[in-house]
Design a protein around this ligand. Structure first.
Ligand SMILES: [Ca+2]
Length: 539
């Protein structure tokens, strides 16, 4: 287990050989200045253990229900300081938190596509060509070369299903049903495209733009809603518009429950990836929830999201599989930031599409009765890439050894066998910009960007924040806490070495992708001296 830690305890000299800390910091800033498409990149060791013993009772493989909300900020749920403060109680999710582990330092990537890529592959998205939300054009999404958690679990006998937004490839050969899922219902891209067909109508939410000014289907196709099964051609069963968008959550929930029922009947372990549509904009509730709270669309959506979660948890209970089912409830990134649908990050500063804490920290609740201690709360760092490795372990799957895997196995931490996470830090990218590094309570910003619509600003020196004493990231403590530069530099150095050993897949890479010949010399496996990190300076 120790070997999987990205940052070991202070038993190693992490100081650069030829650079004092100040030089390091200048260099780190230089890294940022020189960072191009794949310029600067801090690292996590690629090596990973691959335990293959399933952890369920009597070696029975547990079911996995992964509920991923969309743009749910840290401050929305009652159990995270929101709920009625945001206009709607969230009793089902709050109760779930009392039944399991509530993580306060669960980290994701800054946008939808990168986070979902990390979740599927256990790899930071900079490696997979999925580091930004695609804006038109193909090929987008994950290459077929990537190994998804759905593929790993499927090979271990799991039934695999997904409902909702994919965002990892809008061409059919990259749909979920071609990336390890037995079945899928949902949209390949994103919910805001549901506004297109509605933008030439007078609607209470926005001024009419007139029939001649609005979106044209002849120029850009509307976003289809698909239904797909593995081995069959995906069927277009609808078009995403505002009305369909309102109905998505109910349909995602209905189909998820139907899937679970079928698998229980068949006696098959299952992996249900419930990709909820809320709170992504347009944040509009089902008609049954409209006006429910009296506090507007946002609060009505919060109420609906909590209700749908309750429906899924209710089905798990009704099916008698609570004790055999690991439930994860989390969000793909920080809060929505587009008016009038701004979300809340609670105490944290910033918006998504940045490396501020509002962007990186999301709620995460993990429940597995009898295995994950109930009511536990932790501020240990966990990253969404870790779910890949941990779920692979749970399902008895071996993780791929021919590529860099960033996720670390957190099962012993989740189950309370150990107090600490197996991760002490990680590199944070925003798109292809290496923007920050987190390590324990600290964060070093290399690029400063507070809001998704702000221009990213390269800092002359890294800004070091103590997140325990400065939740709003206001005070640079670089001159008192400069020692933190050492472990942070180690993360940078190791990740950079890993990117060199395993060159990242460029965005837009078509299938079939074949990685360049791996360089497996002893020299390559050693992190390079940062004083000679010339490659960091390249575009
Ligand atoms: Ca999202």
């Amino acid at each position: 287990m120790k070997a999987t830690r990205i940052m070991q305890d202070d038993n190693k000299d992490t100081r650069p050989e030829n650079a004092d800390r100040r030089v390091f910091m200048q260099m780190a800033a230089g890294v940022v200045a020189g960072a191009g498409a794949f310029g600067g990149a801090p690292g996590i060791a690629a090596a990973q253990t691959s335990p293959v013993q399933p952890r369920g009772r009597q070696d029975k493989k547990p079911n996995i229900v992964f509920m991923l909300t969309d743009n749910l900020g840290y401050g929305e749920l009652g159990s995270y300081g929101g709920g009625i403060l945001r206009g709607a109680p969230t009793p089902h999710i709050d109760f779930l938190a009392t039944e399991g582990l509530r993580l306060l330092n669960f980290n994701v990537e800054a946008m939808c596509t990168p986070s979902r890529s990390a979740l599927m592959t256990g790899r930071f998205s900079i490696r997979s060509g999925t580091y930004a939300v695609p804006m038109g054009g193909v090929p987008d999404g994950l290459t077929q070369w990537e190994v998804t958690i759905a593929e790993l679990l499927s090979a271990q006998g799991y039934a695999t299903g997904m409902w909702g937004k994919w965002h990892l490839g809008s061409a059919e050969d990259r749909f979920p049903t071609n990336q390890g899922f037995d079945e899928w219902y949902g949209i390949p891209r994103t919910y805001d495209e549901g506004l297109w067909p509605s933008m030439n109508e007078t609607n209470g939410l926005w001024p009419s733009v007139g029939a001649k000014q609005g979106w044209k289907a002849k120029i850009v196709e509307p976003e289809p809603i698909y239904e797909a099964r593995k081995g069959e051609k995906a069927q277009k069963i609808g078009v995403l518009d505002v009305e369909q968008r309102r109905l998505m959550e109910a349909e995602i929930t209905r189909r998820s429950i139907d899937f679970m029922r079928r698998q229980v009947k068949a006696g098959k372990p299952f992996y249900a990836y419930v990709s909820f549509s809320l709170m992504h904009f347009p944040t509009l509730p089902n008609p049954e929830f409209a006006g429910r709270t009296g506090n507007g669309d946002w609060a009505d959506c919060l109420a609906e999201m909590d209700y749908r979660t309750g429906q899924i948890l209710g089905a798990i209970k009704e099916l008698g599989i609570e004790d055999d089912t690991l439930v994860i409830f989390t969000s793909d990134n920080g809060p929505e930031a587009t008016h009038p649908w701004e979300g809340s990050a609670g105490p944290w500063r910033g918006t998504y599409f940045t490396a501020m804490e509002a962007s990186l920290r999301t709620p995460c609740i993990i429940r597995w009765p009898g295995e994950v201690p109930a009511g536990r709360v932790s501020n240990e760092i966990v990253h969404i890439v870790d779910t890949f490795t941990t779920l692979a372990h749970l399902g008895g799957a071996e993780i791929p050894k021919d590529r860099a895997i960033d996720g670390v196995d957190q099962l012993d931490f989740f189950t309370g066998k150990q107090e600490n996470s197996n991760r002490e830090g990680f590199p944070a990218y925003v798109a292809n910009r290496f923007s920050a590094v987190k390590w324990r309570n600290w964060k070093a910003h290399l690029i400063w960007q507070e809001n998704m619509y702000d221009p990213p600003q390269t800092l002359p020196l890294p800004k070091i924040i103590n997140l325990l004493t400065d939740m709003k990231e206001e005070r640079d403590v670089a001159w008192t806490d400069s020692w933190v530069a050492d472990p942070i530099k180690k993360i940078i150095t190791e990740f950079e070495a890993s990117l060199k050993k395993y060159p990242p897949i460029p965005m837009g890479t078509p299938d079939p992708y074949t990685p360049p010949t791996l360089q497996r010399t002893g020299e390559e496996q050693q992190p390079r001296n940062p004083a000679t990190m010339d490659f960091l300076m390249k575009d």
